[in-house]
Design a protein around this ligand. Structure first.
Ligand code: C5P
Length: 256
């Protein structure tokens, strides 16, 4: 059952859409890649606006882009008076840089922020509601996640004679029951997320290169990050195989 939408007057959703999409191989920014005939970003905008949680949306697009910004403006016009306020900012070199650029553009008084990947165009409204609800109940940070089905091992490059056998060797096996695959939207109270990003902006390049989501920055401050159920339909489109899977999901769901 879908929970009722919970519009919060001061909740902003940041959509990061400034990735290059190199691994997808379309030769265009990933957020423009079509899915069911519509660009990924349009699906993400529909999902966010349709969830009813956001009073404002800020989209980070690639530097120099005109098309994705135009798409946001057209969406706002077509959505009509009920559309959340949509702003567009130039993203950065890394995902964290893009999030920081969007945070700097949020309306004064923004109390809560959800950060969502444009690369997850099929995230269901329920996931947005669960994340927003947890924030309303007092969480400073909340992430949607699903159990891991594969066994996860750590590896290291092989050296010396063993390098002739294979390129990598196993160094450990994680306890699968404790592992979760983490998705977006990730939710935060605005002050916590801003502080986490301010601190991480000072990290050395090597450490900054290891930033793969926003929650890990909050974790590094010692603040609890709560986990709510994600959804397998929130898959992140990174490779051509992901794209095929998303097309199949979309045709089953009937949404375009
Ligand atoms: O590269 P990755 O798959 O982790 O990207 C996740 C999301 O972050 C995508 O929606 C992508 O557009 C966004 N991103 C961004 N700015 C970057 C790199 C990625 O907004 N510099």
């Amino acid at each position: 059952m879908t929970d009722a939408p919970r519009p919060a007057a001061e909740l902003a959703v940041v959509i990061v859409a400034a990735g290059s999409g190199t691994r997808l191989g379309y030769g265009m920014p990933k957020a423009l890649v079509p899915l069911g005939g519509a660009p990924l970003l349009l699906h993400a905008l529909r999902g966010v606006a349709g969830s009813g949680v956001a009073s404002q949306i800020c989209v980070a697009v690639p530097a120099g882009d005109a098309e994705l910004g135009g798409l946001c403006r057209t969406f706002a016009e077509e959505y009509g008076a009920d559309a959340p306020a949509i702003t567009v900012v130039e993203g950065g070199e890394t995902r964290a840089d893009s999030v920081r650029a969007a945070l700097a553009a949020l309306a004064p008084g923004t109390a809560q922020v959800l950060v969502h990947d444009a690369a997850r165009p099929l995230a269901p409204a329920d996931v947005f509601h669960r994340v927003a609800d947890a924030l309303t109940r007092g969480a400073h940070a909340v992430i949607p996640a699903v159990p891991v089905v594969d066994t996860i091992k750590s590896t290291a490059p092989t050296e010396g004679e063993s390098a002739g056998i294979a390129a990598e060797v196993v160094t450990g096996t994680a306890v699968r029951e404790q592992l979760r695959a983490v998705q977006t939207p990730q939710g935060f109270d605005a002050a916590t997320l801003l502080r986490a990003h301010e601190v991480a902006a000072g990290w050395p390049d090597e450490q900054a290169a290891g930033i793969t989501d926003d929650a890990m920055l909050v974790e590094s401050l010692g603040i609890p990050v709560y986990v709510v159920p994600g959804d397998l339909r929130s898959l992140k489109i990174t490779t051509p195989t992901d794209h095929v899977l998303a097309e199949a999901l979309l045709s089953v769901e009937g949404a375009a």
